[in-house]
Write a protein that binds this ligand. Structure first.
Ligand code: P61
Length: 458
């Protein structure tokens, strides 16, 4: 018989997780003002809040930690990281930061000014936050197919070139610091961008003299989808595809907490020496000296190993197959999810799941709370709460999709956990008609409200 698939690793360390009762969870949600971010990890059985920094490191990464060089300047670990980043991306200048939004803060302090526009595919919320915080505007030029959850376009992270050229034509070049391509595109469901689209975006941007940057948090997963789905790529290595991806950009920001396979860290990498020099000053102000930038030497050492591991097909196949396994189970149960299934998460369409909950009562948040009550599984809302209010009108911005994201940490849960998650969501789906009321906000902060917002039952 054909041998079934098995993971290319074995487990050497485990961490105990504990179940709770439904009564306990209902009380804990009340105490948390119905904000899943406010739960303690001890109150969560399976944590799908984020794949950011929550994965398991390998024995080689733990080994690298022990030999980290903590020198303030010129650390050996920085050199190891710099060599690895250049090998994978081709970018020769590196500025470490403590995580992805810190890289955005440093780079955007150089490139983004009041009144600018930054086009791209869907910007993730902290990236958008760092653009709007500077009184600039993010313009989403994603292809329309991305917003139809049943459309099986293989690259829903792609940029619509007509929409992008409209931006280039309607704004002076000095007010367009760069075009930002997010790979994979988190907000539209962990959807990849094709090499063909990246190439076309770079060519169009070069015509208008606009630089292109990558928000690269899940670049390796994007490369995997290119290898699996894009014509002519099936025989190329992940590392070869990554090199070509970055050849279509002038630089990158990176949240290493995703495809860096580490629990903390980020960086900027680019080829433009002038931008590097200016960004170095902001690194020193915000992050620390330019050869550690808010990271310990040991974390840079572990990251250098992590980037190498993350850009290997066997690891990516294992990681993405687990997400597909969960997604296919939910499809089998009739649950409406974003298709094709993304690389790091399964995204449930809560408007179809909970038709009786009005948009003004946050259906995606309502569904996330029901899933937690049902089985102690924490998810995150990628909908109206996250979309926040229009900076000028202060009205809710209702995005096209109201999603609940099930983000799968890397090398952390087994497929038994996936079966448990799918069964829990099926149970909620079977009682969806009874769920007719959502939630209302009792307190919210000025920006990025969903992290700390407080709610009560509507
Ligand atoms: C494509 C991209 C990201 O996905 C990203 C972060 N993402 C997170 C963490 C998170 C962020 C915002 C939330 O509302 C959230 F609930 C979760 C996530 O789970 O997906 C960052 C920023 O990288 P930092 O987290 O290292 O600073 C930059 N770019």
């Amino acid at each position: 018989m054909n041998l079934p698939y098995a993971e290319p690793f074995r487990i050497k360390m485990v961490e105990e997780i504990r179940q709770s009762t439904r009564e306990e969870r209902e009380q804990w949600l009340k105490d948390a003002n119905y904000n899943l971010f406010s739960l303690k990890s001890s109150q969560v059985f399976i944590d799908l809040l984020t794949d950011s920094g929550t994965g398991a490191m390998s024995d080689r990464q733990w080994g690298a930690l022990m030999t980290g060089d903590e020198s303030y300047a010129g650390s050996r670990s920085f050199e190891q990281l710099q060599n690895t980043v250049e090998k994978i991306t081709g970018f020769k200048y590196l500025l470490p930061t403590h995580q992805g939004r810190a890289a955005e803060n440093v780079l955007f302090s150089v490139l983004v000014k009041e009144g600018d526009v930054v086009p791209g595919n869907s910007h993730f919320d902290t990236t958008k936050g760092h653009i709007e915080f500077r009184k600039a505007h993010a313009i989403d030029c994603t292809i329309d197919e991305a917003f139809d959850i049943n459309n099986l376009h293989p690259f829903k992270g792609n940029i619509n070139l007509e929409k992008l050229e409209e931006v280039y034509k309607n704004h002076p070049k000095e007010n367009i610091p760069f075009c930002l391509i997010t790979i994979t595109c988190n907000s539209s469901g962990g959807q990849p961008v094709s090499l063909e689209n990246m190439k076309a975006v770079k060519e169009l941007s070069d015509q208008y003299g606009i630089p292109v940057f990558f928000d690269s948090a899940r670049f390796a997963e994007n490369a995997y989808f290119i290898k699996k789905r894009e014509k002519g790529q099936e025989n190329r290595s992940i590392k070869e595809i990554c090199k070509e991806i970055f050849s279509y950009g002038d630089g990158m920001t990176m949240s290493s907490k995703k495809d860096g396979l580490v629990n903390i860290g980020g960086f900027i990498a680019l080829n433009n020496e002038e931008v590097f020099r200016k960004a170095s000053n902001f690194t020193i102000i915000y992050e620390g000296f330019i050869t550690y930038g808010g990271m310990a030497g040991r974390d840079m050492a572990a990251l250098a190993v992590g980037l190498d591991e993350a850009t290997e097909f066997a690891y990516l196949e294992s990681r993405i197959s687990q997400v597909e396994y969960l997604g296919n189970k939910l499809i089998e149960y009739g649950i409406p999810i974003q298709k094709p299934i993304g690389g790091h998460a399964v995204f449930i369409d809560s408007l179809n799941f909970l038709p009786n909950v009005s948009r003004a009562e946050y259906p995606a948040q309502t569904l996330g709370l029901e899933i937690y009550k049902e089985a102690g599984i924490r998810t995150v809302e990628i909908g109206t709460l996250l979309a926040d209010r229009d900076p000028e009108t202060r009205q809710n911005r209702y995005p096209k999709l109201e999603l609940v994201r099930l983000a799968i940490p890397r090398r952390t849960y087994t497929n038994n956990h996936m079966d448990y998650i799918a069964a829990a969501i099926k149970n909620v789906y079977e009682r969806r008609e009874e769920i007719a009321k959502g939630y209302k906000i009792t307190w919210e902060p000025e920006i990025l409200r969903h992290f700390t917002v407080q709610l009560e039952k509507a």
